[in-house]
Design a binder for this molecule. Structure first.
Ligand code: HAM
Length: 422
């Protein structure tokens, strides 16, 4: 036998038994996004490499270590590691945001060369939102309300909590950076080699270090919230007030800085304890300078993305109430001379008249016993049976597979009967 070829590590197939749950989660996401009036956009999976380097930042883990990059003749291309950069590129390129507000969403695969583990993959899927041209904190609050609504729809609201912070303006972060570096230099012996390197390039990322001894010391570090510029401070206070009034619980986490460089002011993450180490199911924030930085007219931005693998895992873990639709409602059974055509014609007539039903036609020969076994296996409610007698008399046997009863109907009555039955 020829040697088999396996999928790439960290890149998963979605099996026929897993896809109903994925479809259920995706349809909840779509419905909630549509209920807020947001519009879907679709961007390419490949973009030119400098787009990500400029948008996400050269010194971030994503750009410096995790991108799938290759040469296409003399152009360097990258499989998108996230959706914001491509969405901003598209919005500038097509003038979507020229003197215009936009509330956009997308869903699709992203690629990061990370070490795979539960909830962390090399190809993963995000649903993301990007809002352009709305500067005030009301829209930040709307995004949080939207995600909270989705958690309810998915039945996971008891298992996620909101972490919130403001990282202020670029200027405020510069001032804070100096204070933080000065503080960390007093504890330099606690820093790993990687963290020492970060101290030079991106010291704020040291705040979410996994090193417990360092975390304890960091509790006494200067807080970014104390260095905020006035505008960011007011923005954050207004956001918190609105969330309080709307009954959304959150924890202000002064160490939350996010791993991508484009953020300013509000940043947030929804986290869970139910998934082990990869507990962030959704992350986002403001990026008011990014459009201009990528060559567009100055336009504010805010958005988030959630990891669909993590949401599917969490739903599996905590929501046992979901009734996923069965793949097949009716199984069309037929055997004998002259039965194929009436069976096909009946199946098409039913699909025409009862488009919400899933009707599977047997197609693969064999006796009735084999066909009924198949009908059970695919989980059908009803089998419609056409043998030579039924074909000759324009009739069909309707077998209720759950109740174990059956009756003979004329072909003219079967649509009405099934309409009432489902
Ligand atoms: P991010 O925090 O890098 O933000 O990713 C958002 C979410 O994607 C994470 O919270 C996580 O659920 C999921 N995720 C990230 N990496 C992986 C992975 N390797 N495997 C599985 N899931 C993963 C962004 O991507 C920003 N573009 C979000 C945003 C949009 N900010 C503003 N607008």
């Amino acid at each position: 036998m020829a040697k088999t070829i396996q999928a790439i590590r960290g890149m998963n197939d979605c099996s026929p038994t897993e896809s109903p749950l994925w479809q259920w989660v995706e349809s909840k996401v779509r419905n909630v996004l549509q209920s807020y009036g947001y519009s879907e956009v679709r961007m390419p999976i490949v973009e030119s490499t400098p787009l990500f380097a400029r948008a996400i930042g050269e010194v971030t883990d994503v750009v410096s270590k995790e991108m799938y990059t290759f040469w296409d003749n003399d152009e360097q291309l990258t499989l998108r590691p996230e959706g914001t950069a491509g969405c901003v590129r598209a919005a500038i390129e097509h003038g979507w945001i020229y003197n215009n507000e936009q509330r956009l969403w997308y869903m699709g695969p992203m690629f990061r060369h990370e070490r795979p583990q539960k909830g962390r993959y090399r190809q993963f899927h995000q649903a993301g939102v990007e809002i352009f041209g709305i500067a005030n904190p009301e829209i930040d609050a709307e995004l949080i309300l939207l995600t909270a609504r989705l958690w309810k729809e998915l039945g996971i609201e008891q298992h996620v909590s909101l972490q919130l912070n403001s990282i202020g303006s670029l200027e405020a972060r510069k001032n804070y950076r100096s204070a933080l570096v000065e503080f960390l230099q007093q504890h330099i012996d606690l820093l790993s080699d990687e963290e020492k390197e970060r101290l030079e390039k991106n010291p704020l990322r040291i705040l979410d270090s996994k090193n417990q001894a360092l975390q304890d010391v960091l509790n006494g570090a200067p807080k970014l919230l104390d260095y905020l510029d006035e505008e960011s401070r007011v923005h954050f206070a207004q956001l918190c007030t609105l969330l309080d009034q709307m009954g959304i619980a959150y924890e202000v986490n002064p160490k939350l800085v996010r791993g991508l460089d484009y953020y300013n002011k509000t940043v947030f993450e929804w986290v869970t304890n139910a998934l082990g180490a990869q507990g962030t199911v959704c992350g986002g924030g403001r990026y008011d300078g990014l459009v201009e930085q990528l060559g567009g007219h100055a336009t504010t931005g805010v958005g988030f993305a959630m990891g669909l693998e993590r949401l599917v895992l969490l739903v599996q873990e905590v929501n046992h109430q979901i009734a996923l639709p069965r793949a097949v409602d009716i199984y069309m059974v037929y055997s004998g001379e002259g039965t194929t055509l009436p069976a096909f014609q009946l199946a098409e007539k039913l699909r025409e008249n009862l488009p919400h039903l899933r009707i599977m036609t047997h197609c693969s020969g064999g006796n009735f016993k084999k066909q009924f076994k198949r009908a059970d296996k695919v989980g059908a409610n009803f089998a419609l049976v056409i043998g030579e007698t039924e074909a000759a008399t324009q009739q069909v046997v309707v077998k209720d597979l759950l109740a174990g009863t059956q009756q003979v109907l004329s072909l003219d009555n079967v649509v009405d009967y099934l309409h009432k039955a489902f």
